[in-house]
Design a protein around this ligand. Structure first.
Ligand code: ASP
Length: 607
């Protein structure tokens, strides 16, 4: 063995012991005839002292940063203790050392606050991984992994691997494909998820399955997505939605406890998709703070019943509101005092292309009870106060109002709400709020393709009450603009998402398990019988041999780790991530392949 102890292990109680350590040179400091070296490994840092007797060897073999050395010596009590590190009470008086390997000068410092930029650190990820900050993230990732596995194991789930070289499993993204040398002109698809396999495992009777598994989705990489990412993927048989919600609420709570020491004892709040959209404009609301929307005017209704408070705008001649499809407001606490400049800055903020609004209307509800607004000309003070109060504003608050097309405005106000929550410190990193969002629509209309697509995936079952609507004879949509009136728009799914602090961390559904309904689903999605048979014949076939009722869920493991680690970026929690253009800059992948490989695969590259 090169070492008797690790660099994080020795304490005052070990004083006098003769030991050996091995690791990387963090720093070298020379004071006259004494040299101090901080030696680092995965477990910590220990100070080594090289006395005069080793000077000659040090002169001959000088130590540099990141050299790998092995040192023998004796544990001494330090005269100058360092309370900041666990080994700070001791140091090692070195009696002999060996340089195991030299190091080139690293391109950035291996420290928490490194001088290396993002690109450089990605190129030399193996050095970046030596940094404490990154190491802590990987440790947290492993702790989450362990906690999830322990919980699932305790609950009789079985880890079963599923293949990567498969046929398309649609989750709404493009497939990554792999050419088959042995079957020229044919391709495997990498799984977007193990969805169909886990369902087949249910048919096979493995009634509780899980896997911590890679999924591959070739999508345009929006911020903080990775082309390959990891899911905690689970499936259960003989369950209803309630059973799944309880089981996985339990898993997340277990992870909170095991990883963060947090006792999340309260029941996870639940909300229907419609309520989430109505109250927050968003299907993954951050419920750590209020600022719920006031729907002053809206094409979107809650449960088809409660309509927007349109009366609040009546009788005024303000074309922007009168002509808008939607007018939505939030009351932001304590900012009535905002200066003109601050309001202008917020207006610019909503006009940015990412938000895409034409302007921002405000109502100040001043501390003295007076009301001042950018639309004073059009509305009486009573009207403005009524709007402010309906939005939940009190004295000292300011109401922000956006108007425009339904979807865009809803998205914009929900972004504005999050931004204001952030600015006002209402989104605390160490506060965790879970939420189940339920009853998603089964379908979404893809206007550009003029067809229905599955909102979750095509294996999700409709609510039992809605099955008759689905299998009934429904009209063809002539004009895409009117899709909201089609019966399909009203069908709700047995699907659920788990949301943590405004992030979707998991999603799943109760599945279709009868061949006829599954065929009907493919048909509704515009797939011909032949196409359905070609793509999913194996699943339809399996459903003929005693498929049990089943359902499941998958958690985004990388994101869950990032949130628990208090970070915005999943990349920080992946050992070897890709950059925002899907490249591995360390490997320089993707890259071209040899002509010989292309020939073997019978592939030709065209410009
Ligand atoms: N396969 C689904 C997904 O990746 C999760 C599930 O329905 O269990 O989102």
């Amino acid at each position: 063995m090169y070492r008797s102890h690790t660099c994080g292990e020795l304490r005052l109680a070990d004083k006098g012991k003769v030991i050996s350590l091995a690791g990387w040179v963090q720093t070298v400091r020379k004071f006259g005839s004494i040299t101090f070296v901080d030696l680092r490994d995965r477990y910590g840092i220990t100070q080594l002292v090289f006395n005069e007797s080793l000077n000659a060897q040090l002169d001959e073999q000088p130590l540099g940063r990141e050299f790998v050395i092995q040192a023998d010596g004796t544990v001494l009590e330090r005269s100058n203790k360092n309370p900041n590190i666990p080994t700070g009470d001791i140091e090692i008086e070195v009696t002999a050392f060996t340089i195991l390997n030299k190091s080139a000068v690293p391109p950035f410092t291996i420290q928490d606050d490194t001088d290396g930029g993002d690109d450089l650190r990605m190129k030399y990820r193996y050095l970046d991984l030596r940094r404490n900050a990154v190491k802590r993230n990987l440790e947290l990732r492993y702790a989450v992994n362990r906690a999830a596995r322990n919980y699932l194991h305790e609950n009789n789930f079985m880890d079963i691997e599923t293949p990567f070289l498969i046929k398309s499993t649609p989750e709404g993204a493009r497939d990554f494909v792999v050419p088959s040398r042995m079957n020229p002109g044919q391709f495997y698809a990498l799984p977007q998820s193990p969805q169909t396999f886990k369902q087949l495992l249910m048919v096979s009777g493995y009634d509780r399955y899980y896997q911590v598994v890679k999924c591959f989705r070739d999508e345009d990489l929006r911020a903080d997505r990775q082309p390959e990412f990891t899911q905690i993927d689970c499936e259960m048989s003989f369950v209803r939605q309630e059973d799944i919600l309880n089981m996985f609420e339990g898993m997340i709570k277990h992870i909170f406890k095991a990883v963060k020491g947090i006792e999340y004892t309260e029941a996870v709040q639940r909300m229907s998709w419609e309520e989430a959209m109505w109250m927050y404009g968003n299907d993954k609301p951050d419920i750590r703070f209020g600022m719920q929307l006031l729907n002053i005017k809206s094409a979107f209704t809650l449960n088809g019943e409660i309509t927007a408070k349109g009366e609040l705008l009546q009788g005024a001649d303000f074309a922007v509101f009168n002509e808008a499809e939607t007018v939505l407001a939030i009351a932001v606490p304590g900012i009535a005092e905002y200066t003109r400049k601050q309001v202008d800055e917020l207006t610019e903020w909503v006009k940015r292309p990412q938000i895409g609004m034409k302007g921002l209307v405000y109502i100040r509800y001043n501390a003295d009870g007076s009301v001042k607004s950018s639309v004073d000309k059009f509305y009486s003070e009573e009207q403005l106060r009524a709007i402010a109060e309906a939005a939940g504003a009190g004295k000292g608050d300011m109401v922000l109002i956006l108007a425009g097309a339904e979807e865009r405005t809803r998205k914009a106000i929900s972004e504005l709400r999050l931004e204001m929550g952030e600015r006002l410190g209402m989104r605390k990193k160490d506060e965790f709020k879970l939420l189940w969002v339920l009853d998603f629509p089964l379908f979404e209309y893809a206007e550009d393709e003029n067809r229905w697509v599955a909102r979750h995936h095509p294996f999700t079952s409709p609510k039992p009450d809605h099955i008759p609507v689905m299998i009934g004879n429904n009209p063809v949509i002539e004009d895409a603009k009117h899709y909201l009136k089609h019966p399909y728009a009203q069908i709700k799914a047995n699907a659920y998402d788990m949301v943590l602090n405004g992030n979707e961390i998991g999603g799943g559904s109760i599945r279709i398990f009868q061949r006829e309904l599954q065929e009907k689903m493919f048909d509704a999605l515009g797939m011909s019988k032949e196409e359905a048979q070609h793509k999913f014949g194996f699943l339809l076939g399996a459903f003929e041999y005693g498929a049990p009722p089943h359902g499941g869920i998958a958690f985004g493991f990388d994101r869950l780790c990032a949130i628990l680690g208090g970070s915005e970026s999943i990349r920080d929690f992946i050992a070897f991530p890709k950059n925002n253009s899907g490249r591995d800059v360390m490997l320089d992948a993707p890259s071209t392949i040899d002509q010989k490989q292309l020939d073997e695969l019978k592939l030709e590259i065209r410009d």
